[in-house]
Design a protein around this ligand. Structure first.
Ligand code: COA
Length: 152
């Protein structure tokens, strides 16, 4: 598997299929996608010899954004975390996030945080994130979330 930086557009297909349940017209662009310092990561089906389909199997986006639970600390917001259906539960989400954690540490980022769907809290917990604050429902999706963060 190859973990690489991609343009925001390369995340749209998985955002739509996995996070928007293929809903016609559902938005797949975040206004923050093009914020200064934002970057987008994909896991591609390619091995070290260049063999593989080249398909993008997992994506996530990383947006510089403070979090109220860690005032004054350099923070990055993890958004749009999605793994292709048949590839879920095979370690790709872990691979993507742990690869980026190293990069964020090198860059002096103190906190990585996300609005975790309650159904994904177990995933983020396995990666060392903790739940902070009360749960909330995002109005656009009706999906229950909690803020989760990892101090780096
Ligand atoms: C949630 C998601 C990103 C996890 O990625 P993944 O590649 O499937 O997860 P991994 O295989 O890397 O799992 C890493 C660990 O988390 C666990 N895990 C993965 N998904 C989990 C979940 N939904 N609930 C509880 N634990 C989970 C795995 O069992 C594994 O545990 P281990 O440490 O014992 O091996 C992916 O399943 C997905 O895209 N789901 C649908 C969209 C979604 O919910 N995105 C998150 C929005 S906030």
């Amino acid at each position: 598997m190859l973990v690489e930086d991609v343009e925001a557009e390369a995340t749209h297909d998985l955002r739509w299929r996995i996070l928007r349940n293929r809903r016609a017209g559902a938005p797949v662009v975040f206004p923050e996608d093009s914020r200064a310092g934002a970057f987008h990561i994909a896991v591609r089906d390619v091995d070290e010899t260049g063999t593989g389909s080249g398909a993008i199997l997992a994506v996530a986006s990383f947006i510089p954004e403070e979090i109220t639970y860690r005032p004054g600390r350099t923070a990055v917001h993890l958004r749009g975390m999605a793994v292709d259906g048949p590839s879920q539960q095979h370690g790709l989400g872990r691979l993507l996030v742990t690869t980026v954690l190293e990069r964020l540490r090198r860059d002096g980022v103190a906190v990585l945080w996300c609005n975790a769907r309650d159904s994904a809290i177990g995933f983020y917990s396995r990666l060392g994130f903790e739940v902070v604050g009360d749960g909330f429902v995002l109005p656009e999706s009706g999906v229950a979330h909690h803020v989760m963060l990892r101090d780096l």
